[in-house]
Structures are given as structure tokens and as C-alpha cells.
Write a protein of this length. Structure first.
Length: 228
């Protein structure tokens, strides 16, 4: 079995380094999003084109562990390529399921279209870091800001504009959502689809990158679930 690790917008595979050893002896495949690192861009940049590119690189029967936008793209991949994944893990992916939370996320999409969108991105990411290791947080934010804006901006807008509820309700693969900062109600999430489990790490102060700030807690939640 392969465990495919997909980072979020502006993020990189090295950020999974604290949890990757916990998936041994499985093969671990760390991927970049299109337009990130050495991975070629897609055109147009949409969740669908990103998901299709990932589907070309993820072996059949894999577990996909996606952080943030990597998780949202994984959800779209599961919908567009049924049968490809064995399981899906969503690390603090922005997938709200209550009407209020969905509306709030959609209202933020307008800010991505404004000229000062990069400042909004920086403020959003920095405020999402959490209480652990602020120097590491600055390194992560710097990497996001250094990523090609043509790869970041349209994809961020697509994530904010997405209503994920139909995709979640239609999942046919066992899925685990690990919440650490995003407004995702675990009870409502589980009610959408019996194949979706949820773990809430929100009381750990982990911020939006729990695989970097509380890796042991992430592995405690994810690894036994994968072995069921």
C-alpha cells in the first residue's frame, strides 16, 4: 500500500517529515501540488485539474493524506476517480458542513479577487499557525508567499468558493477528517456520510499545520484508523 502525502497551497512535502515515518512499513509518496516545487503547472488552475493531475501520480489502491487544500483536492479526486483510493485522510481541510460555515467561507472568496489579496493570504496563514514553534510558522508562511501566485491565487479562490457538502455526501471511500483549526463540525460531518469519521484536535492549540506542531497526536488519530 502507498501513502500519498499532499500538502496545502504554498506548502511543500518536507512538512510531512514528522509524520511520514509513522506510516512505515508502507511506501510513502510525497507530492507537490501543480505549480509548486518542480511540479509543472496545470491550466486552467481549478480543483478539478489539480485533482486530475494528482490522479495521474497516485497509484491505485493508495491512501491519500491531504493537508488543507491538498485534502480538498483529494476529496475532488475521490469523486472524479472512484476506486482509485483505498482511504482518504483530510488534515484540517477547509470543508465546512453547516450552512453558516459554508456561507462564511464563500464570503471570503471575494477577498482573493482584490488587488491586496497577497496581504490577505499572509494574514490568514500567519493567524492560522497556532501556539507552537513560531519560528517554524514564519518559515512556512515565507514558503507560501514565495510560491508562484498564478498557482496559488485561483486555487485558493476555488477552495473558498466550494460547497463541499455534495462531495462529502457522495464519498464512496472511507474518509477521516482531522480537525485542528478549521470550522468543520464533526457531528454534522459524520451525519453526511457514514463512511466519514472525524477527530477533533482543536483543544491542542495545534493551528492549521497539526502534522508539524502536534505530529504525535496526528499519528495517534490516523495510523490506527488506517489499520482497521
Amino acid at each position: 500500500m502507498t501513502v500519498a502525502l499532499v500538502p496545502g497551497i504554498g506548502c511543500a512535502p518536507w512538512q510531512f517529515g514528522r509524520i511520514a515515518p509513522g506510516f512505515a512499513p508502507e511506501r510513502v509518496l510525497a507530492l507537490d501540488l501543480p505549480g509548486h516545487g518542480a511540479e509543472a503547472a496545470v491550466a486552467p488552475v481549478t480543483l478539478e485539474t489539480v485533482a486530475d493531475r494528482l490522479a495521474e501520480r497516485v497509484p491505485a489502491g493508495s491512501v491519500l493524506v491531504g493537508h488543507s487544500t491538498g485534502g480538498v483536492a483529494g476529496l475532488v479526486l475521490a469523486a472524479r476517480h472512484p476506486g482509485l483510493l483505498r482511504r482518504l485522510v483530510l488534515l484540517d481541510a477547509n470543508l465546512p458542513v453547516t450552512p453558516e460555515a459554508v456561507a462564511h467561507k464563500a464570503s471570503r472568496a471575494e477577498a482573493v479577487l482584490r488587488p491586496d489579496w497577497r496581504r490577505t493570504l499572509e494574514e490568514s496563514m500567519r493567524s492560522s499557525w497556532g501556539a507552537h514553534d513560531p519560528a517554524l510558522g514564519e518559515r512556512v508562511v515565507a514558503g507560501i508567499l514565495a510560491t508562484d501566485p498564478d498557482a496559488v491565487r485561483p486555487l485558493w479562490h476555488a477552495v473558498l468558493a466550494l460547497d463541499p457538502r455534495p462531495l462529502l455526501a457522495g464519498l464512496t471511500v472511507p474518509t477521516l477528517h482531522v480537525r485542528s483549526s478549521r470550522d468543520v463540525d464533526p457531528t454534522v460531518l459524520r451525519g453526511l456520510n457514514p463512511l466519514v469519521d472525524a477527530v477533533d484536535l482543536g483543544d491542542l492549540g495545534a493551528g492549521h499545520w497539526p502534522h508539524l506542531t502536534v505530529p504525535e497526536a496526528v499519528l495517534t488519530a490516523v495510523e490506527p484508523w488506517l489499520r482497521r
